[in-house]
Design a protein around this ligand. Structure first.
Ligand code: FMN
Length: 328
């Protein structure tokens, strides 16, 4: 059945606000949402003025971020009682829009993702604080794996040797990123202190692992010699990789959707998460992240999951800055 009920201004606002809550590299928020001329759908475009070229020369992380925003739009569409029929890259790789959502039909099922993920959109934050040593229950891990698989992406919870390998590669990549003046300057531009549409309030983010158990990115803006109050990170972090068989734009968009779906489901179940992206940003360490036993998989993202403080909200662009007005 087709409702053909046009999206109202309030619907468009709710959708764009939901999309804008997605995680993105350095909180760059590289997306724009454009209502289709018939007001029955939404196009998702890359905002290339918000690209992060030194850290992300191929636009891989940009597409992962846009994929996350796209998943939020799908969760918001379900909240509005609409089915979201998504076409990724309808005009092919390297073109815009990145995705088109047809929202003309009513939802076939009230909870297309099992749990109601919409309320988790505003509660999901990156938590870079130490987590406890509590294990994630196996049944929940299985649900997270299924959530990623439904988006065409493989989530693998790493065993101890895999965790140690990934942490070592992350530290190695972090050192080479820290030595790269251009990348450092770029990160500082995005992660600046002013509470603007662009910036993360640095003081609210980041913490250092004094035992170097978790090489968290220094988003706190402290000089390297700074010591924070004793904060012990979990003995063995619970890390998951998201991998895809190929490494095209469409795989990056799928990864972003899988990451956000997993992260929201985790949030519903009281889990916290943060991204460890350094080793994926450097081609050499990214190559070595691959687990030879897994076959020819491309590692797209490393997620740290666990129980701990929720993290704090970071600033977002205003809806009117990411939502194009309807045509005509
Ligand atoms: C592709 C990608 C890479 C990211 N890399 C890192 C990272 O290396 N370290 C980190 O702490 N957060 C990382 N993040 C999380 C962003 O910094 C975070 O989503 C953004 O600052 C917004 O904050 P929020 O997640 O609390 O909404 C990454 C997010 C994405 C989508």
């Amino acid at each position: 059945m087709i409702t053909e009920t046009a999206l109202t201004t309030a619907d468009l606002h709710l959708l764009a606000e939901a999309g804008g809550l997605a995680p993105s590299l350095h909180n760059s928020q590289p997306w724009r949402f454009r209502p289709t001329p018939d007001l029955l759908g939404l196009e998702v475009h890359a905002d290339l003025t918000r690209a992060v070229p030194a850290a992300d020369p191929d636009g891989r992380a940009l597409h992962v971020s846009i994929g996350a925003a796209l998943f939020n739009l799908r969760a918001a569409a379900a909240h509005l009682g609409r089915e979201a029929a998504v076409r990724l890259l309808p005009a092919g790789e390297g073109t815009q829009p990145c995705a088109v959502l047809d929202l003309s039909a009513p939802a076939r099922t009230p909870r297309p993702f099992g749990a109601d993920l919409y309320p988790a959109l505003a509660r999901r934050h990156s938590s870079r604080q130490p987590f406890t040593n509590r294990d994630i229950p196996e049944a929940l891990v299985a649900d997270l794996i299924t959530a990623a698989r439904d988006e065409g992406v493989t989530l693998t919870m790493l065993e101890e040797h895999g965790v140690r390998r990934v942490l070592a590669l992350t530290s190695e990549a972090e050192a080479s990123i820290a030595a790269d003046v251009t990348r450092e300057a770029e990160a500082r531009r995005w992660l600046r202190l002013e509470p603007s549409c662009d910036g993360i309030p640095l003081a609210a983010l980041g913490s250092h692992d004094r035992d170097a158990r978790v090489p968290m990115r220094n988003y706190a803006g402290h000089p390297p010699h700074h010591t924070t109050p004793a904060a012990r990170f979990e003995a063995l972090p619970q890390l998951a990789t998201l991998t895809t068989h190929f490494d095209r734009q469409v795989d990056w968009l799928r990864t972003g959707q899988a990451m956000e779906r997993v992260w929201l489901l985790a949030t519903v179940h009281g889990l916290r998460a943060s991204v460890l992206h350094q080793a994926v940003e450097i081609p050499e360490t990214r190559w070595r992240l691959r687990d030879p036993a897994e076959g020819p998989a491309h590692v797209q993202l490393v997620l740290r999951l666990g129980y701990g403080p929720p993290g704090t909200a970071s600033p977002r662009c205003r809806v009117e800055d990411v939502l194009d007005p309807p045509e005509g």
